[in-house]
Design a protein around this ligand. Structure first.
Ligand code: GDP
Length: 301
């Protein structure tokens, strides 16, 4: 956890350093505030949130009179934390419901880190003593099932897959949930394909997977995987997915490779669902629950 914190701090420090350098310059004139706002927008915080934050800080500085850096830093921390919405429920469903396992569907555009996230999440849940089973419903990408199975082997959990490339993803999802019920596991995590050819196609595909799973079980969690480095583009894609299926949480991957941590705020605002997990590297331990306080501290300190 310490290591993850350090990594998160590194990824966000560009925002924080830039901001605090400006704030500590002493002269907070109109130009300086504009620069602060630009820095925040450049971090993918979103124009609305950036404006709101700067307005709030500017008002506080005006009302309280000239202030030292530490005070402004505290205000910034408080305002940022509010924007990150610390009260959102960020728990991941991972307990059996009656005779069935919790079912987690993982969706998102190819390349965002979906399969890797499923593997890492399995590892986190296994460490919490959960029995996990994986479903390889990404049947379009040739190597996806192999990749997932490799993760399963590494983590020590079974993977349900089809040997036929191009098999029906809904059928694999059905089989995975069926196996999960029979084997009495706690959680079934299903990896899906993220072909974003068009909205109707995506809706049809995810809709079918959902309908077929729901013949046996409710779906407890739909996690949308979003690559933090793709910025506004990624946000647009996220919206298309959110229209196709009811998202319950966001996994923001590749936060280690970007100073654009502000995307946490914009994606939560735009989709109205919490960021629940963050990806901070390619390794098996590089997935962490999203911790609003630690996130803001990493930006501000
Ligand atoms: P999928 O197509 O969405 O299933 O994506 P993959 O899981 O295959 O991941 C695509 C690439 O992103 C791989 O090279 C992963 O190792 C890498 N990746 C996934 N998550 C992270 C992350 O949090 N940080 C970094 N740096 N790389 C990641």
């Amino acid at each position: 956890l310490q290591r993850l914190r350090a990594r998160l701090a590194r990824s966000n420090s560009a925002i924080g350093k830039g901001l605090l350098a400006l704030l500590s310059r002493g002269k907070l004139d109109e130009e300086a505030w504009e620069e602060v706002e630009d820095t925040l927008i450049a971090s993918d915080l979103g124009v609305e949130a950036a404006t709101q934050l700067v307005d709030s800080l500017r008002t506080q500085v005006k009302v309280e009179g000239a202030t030292d850096e530490a005070t402004v830093r505290d205000w910034l921390r408080k305002d940022l934390l509010e924007l990150v919405q610390p009260d959102m429920d960020r728990r991941i469903a991972s307990s059996r419901v009656g005779i069935r396992p919790a079912v987690i569907l993982v969706v998102g555009v190819n390349g965002t880190g979906k399969t890797t996230t499923v593997g890492k999440l399995a590892r986190v849940l296994v460490a919490e003593d959960r029995d996990v089973l994986l479903g390889a419903a990404d049947t379009f990408r040739a190597a996806a099932a192999d990749q997932l199975e490799t993760w399963g082997g590494r983590v020590g959990v079974p993977t349900v897959r089809s040997d036929k490339e191009g098999a029906d993803p809904a059928a694999v999802a059905f089989d995975a949930v069926k196996a999960g019920i029979e084997q009495e596991v706690d959680v079934v995590i299903i990896d899906t394909a993220g072909r974003l050819h068009n909205k109707v196609g995506l809706m049809d595909e995810l809709g079918k997977i959902k309908r077929v799973i729901e013949k046996q079980s409710d779906i407890d969690e739909v996690l949308l995987v979003l690559d933090a480095t793709t910025g506004q583009n990624g946000l647009q894609q996220a919206k298309v997915f959110a229209e196709a299926v009811d998202i319950t949480g966001i996994v923001l991957t590749k936060l280690d490779g970007t100073a654009k941590g502000g995307i946490v705020v914009s994606v939560q605002n735009q989709l109205g669902v919490p960021v629940k997990l963050v990806g901070l590297g390619e390794g098996p331990d590089d997935l962490a629950p999203f911790d609003p306080e630690a996130f803001v501290d990493a930006i501000v300190s």
